[in-house]
Design a protein around this ligand. Structure first.
Ligand SMILES: O=C(O)CCC(=O)C(=O)O
Ligand SMILES: [Fe+2]
Length: 222
């Protein structure tokens, strides 16, 4: 008898993909990375220079080794420092809502914004942002909002050398530029995980790199 594999949250991922795709298509200033492999977008000047500066200072106060903070990743895989930004800080609240508004996903589905800092030699090796539903941690994540749908990631500064966001399968490397927000759909239009979203934060070679990331779930997060 043929077996069918159930992909958790597949229908929800398909629906949210459709909603966001339509919304971004109407946006006059959004850039779509020219590829059929994945839905990846960028928008410039999303954050003002003063906002980037304040967010960088916040990251410096919350950043801890990512390998400790994020136990899903073994050491050496994500060597940056990261931490949650205070979700009740007025600036963080405003930025968070601005991302929700742009992407058109209900804010209740968004995780707390995470800040991340890379010093020279630090990196985030190629990975996918979704949860592996055959792993033990999925039991918890399924109840905490389910699968991740879209990722929003903002660059807060320029990096002297290295530190690009590299979409390995697509062959696109995005150089950090302050205030630029990247958005991508971790799923395919039909709601299946999109393996072509595999991406890395390449090693910083000179300078420091600061980013913030907001991941969206298919249901209310938390
Ligand atoms: O730092 C980067 O360029 C990538 C960060 C990333 O992949 C993530 O936060 O999920
Ligand atoms: Fe990622």
């Amino acid at each position: 008898m043929a077996s069918t594999t159930v992909i958790p949250d597949k229908d929800a991922l398909r629906r949210v993909g459709e909603t966001v795709r339509k919304r971004l298509a109407d946006h006059p200033r959004i850039y779509k990375v020219p590829t059929d492999k994945a839905e990846i977008y960028a928008v410039g000047d999303f954050l003002r220079p003063t906002e980037c500066q304040r967010l960088i200072r916040m990251i410096d106060t919350v950043a801890r080794p990512s390998s400790l903070y994020d136990q899903d990743y073994s050491s050496g895989f994500r060597t940056s420092y990261s931490g949650d930004l205070d979700p009740y800080d007025p600036l963080v609240m405003a930025v968070s809502r601005r991302i929700d508004d742009l992407i058109g996903i209900n804010g209740i589905c968004g995780e707390t914004i995470q800040g991340q800092r890379y010093f020279p030699g630090q990196e985030f090796k190629p990975h996918n942002d979704w949860f592996y539903t055959d792993q033990d941690y999925w039991k918890g994540e399924r109840k905490r909002g389910g699968q991740r749908s879209w990722t929003a990631m903002a660059f807060l500064n320029s990096v002297e050398k290295g530190g690009e966001t590299h979409f390995v399968e697509v062959g696109a490397k995005v150089e950090p530029k302050p205030g630029v927000l990247m958005l991508w759909n971790n799923a395919l239009p039909d709601g299946m995980p999109n393996e072509n979203t595999l991406h890395a934060g390449t090693p910083v070679e000179a300078g420091v790199k600061y980013v913030l990331t907001k991941w969206y779930r298919t249901r209310k997060w938390g």
